[in-house]
Design a protein around this ligand. Sequence first.
Ligand SMILES: Cc1cc2nc3c(=O)[nH]c(=O)nc-3n(C[C@H](O)[C@H](O)[C@H](O)COP(=O)(O)OP(=O)(O)OC[C@H]3O[C@@H](n4cnc5c(N)ncnc54)[C@H](O)[C@@H]3O)c2cc1C
Length: 415
Amino acid sequence: MTEQQHQSQTQAKKSPDNIQYTDVIIVGAGPIGLSMARMLSGGELKVHIVEGQPEDTITNPAFDGREIAITHRTKEMMLNLDQWRHIEPENVHLLKRAEVYDGNSPFALGFDKPDSVRGKPIETLGYLLANHRIRKAAYDALKNEIANPTYLTTHFGKRVNAVNTNDEIAEVSLEDGTIIRGKLVLAADSRVSFMRKALGISADMHDFGRTVLVFGTTHTQSNQQTAHEGFYYGKTLAVLPLGEYKSSMVITVDNSQVARIKAMNKEELACEMNNWLNGRLGEITVTSDIHSYPLLGVHADKFYGNRCALIGDAAVGMHPVTAHGYNLGMESVAILGKLLIQAAQKGEDIANPRLLARYHVTHSTKTKAMYHGTNAIVKLYTDERPPARFVRRAGLRLSNSFAPVKRLITAQLTG
Ligand SMILES: Cc1cc2nc3c(=O)[nH]c(=O)nc-3n(C[C@H](O)[C@H](O)[C@H](O)COP(=O)(O)OP(=O)(O)OC[C@H]3O[C@@H](n4cnc5c(N)ncnc54)[C@H](O)[C@@H]3O)c2cc1C
């Protein structure tokens, strides 16, 4: 940095012009931060959103391997937030059925599409959408507002590096010296959340010691639009149908296996998948690079503090096996967003501790059950000792023949 640049930066830091005022500050423009920004439109609230990544990675996010299974409730949210129309119909994939396998047993616990969800007829168990398309749709729904702002100010390419809240204000500092001062700050900065830590909110964290590897494939035999979750011994494989002859492969392995799998060329990888699936999909071709995600589960002990709240993965970062992280994130937007809009309309303090506690209680009732339930399933289905193998198989058969359990799981899948 030149002397001149240094001087101008120091002056900028001291200048009161560097303080910007607003009502709500959202940190993180992932799908959840952007959805909250859209949710707060048309209300009385001014919003600033801050994102560490440069603008073009938010306006045109790159394929990241993730195919997200979304529930009917999330689809309704995306419709309400004007996001759904930004996803081309050919990129929305229907999930007709889901099957869970244990070890090499041919027995499958199956879930079929129910006729209706909350009284409405449905065409599919759930939808599969690529994560980068969800992110882009969340941005596109705000594009006009960003071009001609009425309530929203964006700060792209600037990380938040400090946060301070007290009874009167919530304030964040950006790495360029800008200070944003508001009534409430929302952390939407992912599961390894700088904000959560800086705000002093404790969290349950579980490092699974495993990594998810995802990549795209095509194949010569139909996947029957059925999601396949195989808990094999030493690894799991989920096959997510993207149309009949195209699937996303989601492998979960011990961290020590990652280098071996990543070193395979596409032909070797296709051959390995073929072996795992006993040739069920015919000839497999790997069509994308491998994307990897180390598995860390996080559940914040509280979803709020003084003039602050956590949403999305910053509140709950789920193990992806039950496909709930984004769905729960959208629920955090629905619950908290509604409370904030109602409070603003009544002229009440949007950071009232009673309001934030209500958000915490409503949201955490479901997230705690999901988070601990998912972790328990993962623990059982990665335990390869003989008694656990017995319980794993018995669990699948029992769930299959016990209608209330099946209905409960199906309800969680459809939302
Ligand atoms: C392999 C895989 C499969 C998955 N499958 C499913 C599924 O089927 N169904 C489902 O519901 N969910 C699924 N999920 C979970 C889903 O992807 C996440 O829940 C969702 O992306 C979280 O969105 P978010 O906006 O909270 O966080 P993110 O998308 O992580 O966004 C956080 C943003 O905050 C920004 N940021 C971070 N720190 C700062 C800072 N200090 N200052 C400014 N900006 C900052 C980041 O740059 C980022 O843009 C899956 C996840 C994985 C890894």
